[in-house]
Write a protein that binds this ligand. Structure first.
Ligand SMILES: C[S@@+](CC[C@H](N)C(=O)[O-])C[C@H]1O[C@@H](n2cnc3c(N)ncnc32)[C@H](O)[C@@H]1O
Length: 351
């Protein structure tokens, strides 16, 4: 066997980047929780100034700042010994309303990794792991990670890409958001369409409790309710619009869920299925976005589906052809890709 030293060095170089990124997840979560990024976004500071401003210990803050500067998440000025955020770093790390807000993704990663010992056993036994059995950073991180993308696209481009939906929402529609988690998508729709009525369903009771609190806090409890229910069992049979955001592939029986959605819709209703962006062929998903999704899918999505009846395990990278098969085999007669972003595909299904 002959080792090509250039190829080996390139691979080890890549490994160092990946190892730094792996531990960096913890650094980002620390920075967000302690308000370090937000404080730095205001003005350049030394470690002592940042520690004083945030009520933290200078020595820890100095080490954290060095890790951030080495990872190019923070900018270091060696002349003044100050650290700062560029406009772009601040937009992505300190502004929760920005469509590119990143810390939630790292919180989700950190929470998911807590399941590794259990998932090692699952590889041996084939057992599943329910959504609610994960570390709570998974639920908070998931909401924080997905909300910016929904805020940037859902009302302005995804809903308008569907036939006949926006007009109904503007007047008085009945909407079910199934697998709503902590309700980020439900609340965004409720704020944009105050004349319609929304109910969010999820089988995870703690997420539903969190969604109820948010609805009260954000002043939309008059038009949004949240209920614990499985996708195959939620009540109601006259919805104008049913949505599922990033969860059809997490379900054990997505065909059963699709069949139930069809039963719950009015004849002229619409089902919007938002799934992670994916191509049909594995070889076409072997890229950085695919790597993120396949890894989360191994820790979260596949075990979640495996823990439920049927356990179909679509995975987070199932692609349009597979989703079409699920939706049409449940009896929907129309199915199309309505729009997409680099991270999501939005499908429209109609009875
Ligand atoms: C990746 S999270 C997405 C949450 C939310 N839709 C969002 O976009 O933020 C997947 C959600 O699907 C829910 N879920 C999984 N299987 C379900 C089922 N059979 N019925 C209802 N909810 C389910 C989980 O509890 C979890 O909240």
């Amino acid at each position: 066997m002959t080792i090509d030293m250039d190829k080996l060095n390139a691979f080890v170089g890549r490994f160092v980047g990946d190892l730094g990124a792996a531990v960096h997840a913890g650094m980002v979560v620390i920075g967000e929780k302690l308000g370090l990024y937000k404080a730095l976004a205001v003005q350049p500071m030394t470690s002592a100034e940042l520690a004083a401003r945030t009520g933290t210990d200078e020595r820890y803050v100095r080490e954290w700042l060095a890790s951030q500067a080495a990872g190019e998440y923070v900018t270091y000025n060696e002349k003044t010994n100050e650290f700062s955020l560029t406009e772009e770093q601040a937009f992505a790390l300190a502004n929760e309303d920005s469509p590119a807000y990143l810390p939630g993704a790292f919180q989700l990663a950190l929470g998911s990794l807590a399941a590794v010992p259990r998932i090692v056993e699952s590889f041996r036994s084939g057992a599943g792991m329910e959504w609610g059995e994960h570390d709570e950073n998974v639920f908070h991180g998931c909401e924080k990670f997905f909300r910016p993308g929904y805020a940037a696209n859902l009302v302005s481009s995804w809903i308008p890409a569907l036939q006949d939906v926006k007009g109904k929402l503007d007047s008085d529609a009945r909407v079910a958001d199934v697998g709503c988690g902590k309700g980020a998508s439900t609340m965004l729709m409720a704020k944009a369409f105050p004349k319609s009525h929304f109910v969010g369903f999820d089988y995870h009771d703690a997420s539903i409790a969190g969604a109820r609190d948010s609805a009260k806090r954000e002043g939309v409890a008059d038009r949004v309710t949240f209920e614990v229910a499985k996708a195959k069992e939620y009540p109601g049979n006259d919805y104008d619009f049913v949505t599922v955001f990033d969860c059809l592939h997490d379900m054990g029986d997505p065909v059963g869920a699709a069949t139930h959605v069809l039963r719950s819709l009015r004849k002229d209703g619409t089902w919007m299925v938002v799934e992670p962006f994916a191509n049909d062929e594995l070889k076409d998903n072997l890229n950085p976005v695919g790597r993120v999704y396949y890894s989360f899918s191994t820790l979260l999505c596949t075990p979640c589906s495996r823990s439920q009846e049927v356990g179909l395990c679509l995975g987070a990278q199932s692609g349009e052809a597979r989703i079409r098969q699920v939706v049409t085999s449940a009896g929907f007669s129309r199915f199309r890709r309505a729009t997409e972003t680099p991270f999501n595909i939005v499908y429209e299904a109609r009875p």
